[in-house]
Design a protein around this ligand. Structure first.
Ligand code: NAG
Ligand code: NAG
Ligand code: NAG
Ligand code: NAG
Ligand code: NAG
Ligand code: NAG
Length: 259
């Protein structure tokens, strides 16, 4: 008899163990938007991508308009107006996005001449930047301050090309140029370029910083309350996904909840 009582009591113990541990999780199934948006993205060297960014495995409600990322052959990209920008780094603590012009990654003779333009609704240029000015088809070297004269083949046409590390657009001589493109680089890179410590390619690849704004303070408070930042596409406003349901502000601890 005693040989039977042991398995039965073990079974009962197991039964209660299962019931006691499973019931709470069964009763509180996480809001799928909370679970989905909690997931971060990785593409090539850029990892831990979270709000306000979204794309591939993160649906649009996990981020904000203007922060969609693409992952092409392990290269993270963001579109801004006509520019495709290669994402080099994302610093969520400081809200800094480090990018470089994709069309200038492999040379300074792109097939289409496009100025740098950012989405001012959400971004601003970071600090310590300087505008590099690239001149195409000016028929003569542009010499003031610092400039290099070289050749470019664009659309199988040879074009002279020069660049300057200072903004010289007020100089009327540039009106004869076929094209002028302004690309920001780090001020330190521009200085190194001036003394030939760096190539223009390296300066362009070094990229530039953008500061973003996407309900930064609201998101910080939401995260501090164990929420996951997101966006309500119906009301077009910030939302904080909590494990049970979304909140406009933060996830209140259960004891403070109003029932
Ligand atoms: C990922 O980013 C979050 C903020 O978005 C930060 O708190 C966390 O420490 C980061 N994790 C790693 C592994 O870098
Ligand atoms: C090169 O050709 C393309 C396609 O015809 C055109 O869109 C582009 O503007 C041309 N680039 C330059 C610098 O003229
Ligand atoms: C780029 O901007 C500069 C200064 O605003 C302007 O002179 C130039 O024509 C622009 N270039 C193109 C390709 O739009
Ligand atoms: C570079 O030029 C753009 C306009 O083309 C301007 O908005 C930006 O402030 C300039 N950046 C610097 C560092 O001068
Ligand atoms: C640009 O190309 C022309 C024609 O091939 C050549 O005569 C000239 O020396 C080149 N200029 C530079 C700066 O390389
Ligand atoms: C989004 O906002 C609408 C309108 O304010 C609201 O009815 C809905 O519950 C909100 N959805 C989420 C996911 O917060």
């Amino acid at each position: 008899m005693s040989s039977h009582s042991l398995p039965i009591s073990s079974l009962l113990a197991l039964f209660f163990l299962v019931v006691l541990t499973r019931v709470p999780t069964i009763l509180s199934v996480d809001d799928p938007r909370y679970s989905i948006c909690r997931g971060t993205l990785t593409c090539g060297s850029v990892s831990n991508i979270s709000y306000p960014f979204w794309g591939w495995n993160r649906p649009s409600y996990c981020g904000q308009t203007g922060f969609e990322l693409r992952c092409e052959n392990d290269i993270t990209e963001i579109m801004m107006n006509e520019n495709t920008l290669r994402v080099l780094d994302i610093d969520p603590e400081r809200q800094i996005l480090k990018v470089a012009r994709e069309d200038y990654w492999n040379g300074y003779c792109p097939s289409k001449l496009i100025n740098t333009s950012i989405n001012y609704d959400h971004f601003n240029y970071g600090l310590n930047l300087r505008n590099l000015t690239l001149f195409y088809g000016c028929y003569s070297p542009i010499t003031p301050t610092f400039s290099v004269f070289t050749n470019c083949t664009i659309n199988s046409t040879l074009t002279d090309m020069s660049y300057a590390t200072r903004n010289m657009l007020s100089d009327p001589r540039y009106s004869i140029c076929r094209g002028i493109v302004v690309v920001p680089v780090y001020d330190a890179a521009a200085q190194d370029l001036e003394v030939n410590l760096m190539t223009m390619q390296a300066a362009l690849r070094g990229g530039f910083e953008l500061q973003w704004e996407a309900d930064n303070d609201k998101c910080r408070r939401c995260r501090d309350s164990d929420g996951v930042c997101g966006f309500n596409e119906t009301s077009n406003s910030f939302t904080c996904f909590c494990s049970d349901k979304p909140s406009e502000t933060t996830c209140l601890p259960p004891t403070e909840g109003t029932f």
